[in-house]
Design a protein around this ligand. Structure first.
Ligand code: ME8
Length: 510
């Protein structure tokens, strides 16, 4: 049994959860569910990043204290993830006492190890990024991301000696080729390190909304520096409930491409400075963008729509939770940028879910009802679909292991397609009841059982409903996959239920 600790970034609470943050969270949830299905000892962490100037400003704008503001907005993330059926093991807020304790003890360790010193910091700061920019990297003095004016800041700060880790980081990258994926992102991180690392300022005196520096009252840690440590807080670093040895460094961080430098340069160096191993793996995904096409319809106001304006909860209410999850996992490879569109959801829904999977389940139930007296027959050991199903399981294993869940789904839907083709080739609806129709339907039924297992990490409710209709006991995600997805693993015959369409077609012009 493997050990699998997966994290999402912890999200800033100045924004409501949107399709972009849902993209990471739903994909991570599916990956965690896949590992649980395989029987791995799995822990899935998400949470909210609540300190920093941006939050303090947002609270002030809304006329409340930062604590009231973050309580309110953090709760919206929990609600959104519940609405999207995200099954995290832990939801961490950086304002929790446990996080303060871990941050203080981790950074005291780095301080004691001699990698933190006091100096004067001057630079151009973007409050939205909570990050400094050099003049060259700025857009004529404005933030290149947020297009707001950078502010000149000068502070006496504590610094982390990042420059001391250049060689060790490069060596780590060389020894661990799979540390950062995809390869292009690995190269980007290495190039950044090779370009030379400057020490970083890790404390602030200009604000008080942060984790206090234990050895220097009046200073709080810079928000990014406290945020990264969340991954250790959840496993009890520096506390009596310490599970660090169990989970570290078996960790996989799933992140968006804009926070690569923090996770692939700073974070491994911080860990080295504290005497811990760098994370096992960082997977960097691209951005979902809203293309030129208008998003229209009832969900979003036409024109000028940004990804931040699209509520994943509203999408789920409109299209169903599992179809939205399916779209978020299937449409865009984790690593590439992708276009988000309502038209894209409708197209995926109709082609894959309504016409392919939904149609298959309906057909099989109908034929078993009319030709097999509603009793699903056993599959043949050497039936034509057995090898296709085994190949789909193998392709899924390979794809999920390398953070390519869209490829897993692709393989699963090839099995769905092959099963539909099997029915079309044999036309069991034209056969008389008897052994021939039973053979054809036993194979089709078993293929659907394997499909239900394979889609369960992405569409847990749909998978459970198919399972129920197939007359199976337990749940499709019970696993372990090794045994449950074996051809012929379920008892037969079983009563098969006919019911409403799983995915009623959406009219494209609706
Ligand atoms: O950066 N497409 O938080 P954040 C895809 N608090 N993913 C997107 C996206 C989009 N359009 N927009 C956002 C922070 N994301 C820090 C992280 S971690 C120690 C601290 C996702 O609220 C993506 O995963 O700005 C990205 O990395 C993350 O949201 C940024 O969330």
């Amino acid at each position: 049994m493997g050990r699998f600790y997966l994290t999402t970034p912890i999200y800033y609470v100045n924004d409501a959860p949107h399709v972009g943050t849902a993209y990471t969270t739903v994909n991570a949830d599916a990956i965690a569910r896949w590992h649980r299905l395989c029987g791995d000892d799995t822990m899935f962490l998400t949470g909210t990043d609540e300190h920093g100037q941006k939050m303090a400003e947002a609270a002030e704008r809304n006329g409340v204290t930062p604590q009231v503001w973050t309580d309110r907005t953090s709760a919206r993330f929990k609600e959104a993830w519940a609405a999207l059926d995200v099954a995290y093991d832990d939801f961490l807020r950086t304002t929790e006492p446990r996080h303060y304790r871990t941050v203080q003890s981790f950074l005291t360790r780095i301080y004691d190890n001699g990698f933190i010193y006091k100096g004067l910091y001057q630079g151009l700061y973007c409050i939205s990024c909570e990050d400094y920019y050099t003049l060259e990297a700025s857009d004529s003095g404005a933030c290149p991301v947020h297009h707001r004016a950078l502010v000149e800041m000068e502070e006496e700060n504590w610094f982390f000696r990042l420059s001391a880790f250049e060689d060790r980081l490069l060596e780590y990258y060389d020894l661990h080729p799979g540390f950062v994926t995809p390869e292009t992102k690995r190269n980007e991180a290495r190039a950044f390190i090779r370009g030379g690392l400057k020490d970083i300022s890790i404390t602030r005196t200009s604000i008080s909304w942060g984790v206090p520096v234990p050895w220097d009252e009046g200073h709080v840690f810079y928000v990014w520096y406290d945020a990264l440590i969340n991954y250790l807080t959840a496993i009890g670093y520096g506390r009596e409930d310490d599970e660090v040895e169990h989970w570290w460094p078996h960790v996989h961080h799933l992140i968006g491409k804009e926070i690569l430098r923090f996770h692939c340069v700073w974070w491994p160096a911080m860990l080295m400075a504290a005497g811990l191993e760098p994370p096992h793996h960082v997977h960097v995904h691209g951005w979902l963008l809203v293309g030129g096409e208008k998003l229209s319809k009832s969900l979003v106001a036409a024109g000028g729509v940004r990804i931040q304006d699209i509520s994943p909860v509203e999408l789920a209410a409109h299209f169903g939770v599992d179809p939205v999850r399916y779209y978020l996992v299937r449409e865009t490879a984790l690593g590439n940028d992708g276009d988000f569109s309502i038209e894209g959801i409708v197209a995926r829904y109709n082609a894959d879910l309504a016409n392919n999977l939904g149609n298959l389940v309906a057909r099989v139930a109908a034929v078993i009802g009319s030709k097999c007296a509603g009793l699903g027959p056993a599959p043949r050991d050497d039936g034509p679909l057995a090898a296709v199903a085994a190949a789909a399981v193998a392709a899924n294993r390979e794809a999920w292991a390398r953070f390519a869940p869209h490829r897993g789904l692709e393989a699963t839907f090839e099995l769905v397609g092959a099963t539909n083709a099997h029915l079309e080739a044999h036309e069991p609806w034209k056969m008389a009841p008897g052994p021939e129709v039973e053979a054809v339907m036993g194979d089709a039924l078993e293929a659907i059982r394997v499909v239900a297992i394979l889609v369960s990490p992405v569409m847990p409710s749909v998978a459970a409903e198919i399972w129920r209709r197939l007359g199976l006991a337990g749940r499709p995600d019970e696993g372990p996959l090794e045994a449950s997805a074996r051809w012929g693993a379920a008892p037969a015959p079983r009563p098969v239920t006919r019911a409403d369409a799983l995915f009623p077609r959406i009219r494209d012009d609706a």
